[in-house]
Design a protein around this ligand. Structure first.
Ligand code: ADP
Length: 207
C-alpha cells in the first residue's frame, strides 16, 4: 500500500520542522522528520555512528541507508498504531532529499502535494540555525562551515527533486514570513484539497 503523503521541502532553517509538527498535531495527519529518525538512533548502533559521521560534516547520509531506516521506522509507527495509513496523511519532512531517494520511495509514497519553503535571505537562515544550535543542542548547527555546506547541498542535491515531482505538485511558500503566516499558506492549500476531492492530483507517474 502506498501512503498518502505531503512533502515538506526547504533549506535548513526554513522551518520545515516547525510547520511539520503543527500539521502533524491535526487529526488524521502524521508528521515524520527524517532528521529526527536519525537523531533517535544511539551511537552504539552502526547506523547511529554512520549518521554522526555524515551529519557532523553536513553531508547527506547515503541514500540506501536513509530509505531503509525510514522504511523500518514507519513500519514501527504503523505497528504501534501511531500512523494509520488507511486514515492518515503522512507529512514527510526532510525526505526525499535527493533524486535517487525520490526514486527509491516511489513504491511507498502516493505524493499529493509538495511544499517548498523558500527563503531568499540566506542570513536569516544562518541566524535561525545558529540559534537552534544551542536551543536544540545541534552540533551540525554550531559551525558556519557546516551550515554553509548544508545550504549548498540543498541547492545541488535536493532542489532537483522538485522537478522530479513536477510543477503541478509543487507549491512554493515564502518562509521569511512569520510562522503563523507560513502555516496559513500551507493550511489554505491542504484544507482546499481536503474539501474538494476533485482537486486531488493524479499520482506521480513512475519515471
Ligand atoms: P535540517 O533542518 O538542517 O535540514 P535535518 O534534521 O532535516 O536538518 O537533518 C539533519 C541531518 O540528518 C542532515 O544534515 C543529514 O546528515 C541527515 N539527513 C536528514 N535527512 C536526510 C536524508 N533524507 N538523506 C540523507 N541524510 C539526511
Amino acid at each position: 500500500m502506498k501512503f498518502k503523503t505531503v512533502l515538506l521541502f526547504g533549506p535548513p532553517g526554513a522551518g520545515k520542522g516547525t510547520q511539520g509538527k503543527v500539521l502533524g498535531s491535526i487529526p488524521n495527519f502524521f508528521h515524520m522528520a527524517c532528521g529526527d529518525v536519525f537523531r533517535s538512533l544511539t551511537v552504539d548502533s552502526a547506523l547511529g555512528r554512520k549518521f554522526l559521521e555524515y551529519s557532523s560534516k553536513g553531508e547527506l547520509v547515503p541514500d540506501e541507508y536513509t530509505v531503509q531506516l525510514w522504511r523500518n521506522s514507519i513500519e514501527k509507527k504503523i505497528q504501534a498504531g501511531q500512523f494509520v495509513p488507511e486514515r492518515d496523511t503522512l507529512v514527510l519532512d526532510g525526505l526525499p532529499r535527493s533524486v535517487p531517494q525520490a526514486e527509491l520511495l516511489q513504491d511507498a509514497l502516493n505524493v499529493q502535494a509538495v511544499f517548498a519553503l523558500y527563503c531568499p535571505d540566506r542570513r536569516k537562515l544562518v541566524e535561525r540555525l545558529q540559534r537552534r544550535a544551542l536551543r536544540d543542542n545541534r552540533l551540525d548547527d554550531a559551525s558556519l562551515q557546516v551550515i554553509d555546506h548544508r545550504l549548498r547541498l540543498y541547492e545541488i542535491e535536493t532542489e532537483p527533486v522538485l522537478n522530479f515531482y513536477g510543477e503541478d505538485f509543487v507549491h512554493r511558500i515564502d518562509a521569511t514570513n512569520p510562522p503563523v503566516v507560513v502555516l496559513h499558506d500551507l493550511l489554505s492549500i491542504v484544507s482546499g484539497r481536503e474539501r474538494d476531492p476533485e482537486h486531488e492530483l493524479a499520482e506521480v507517474e513512475d519515471h
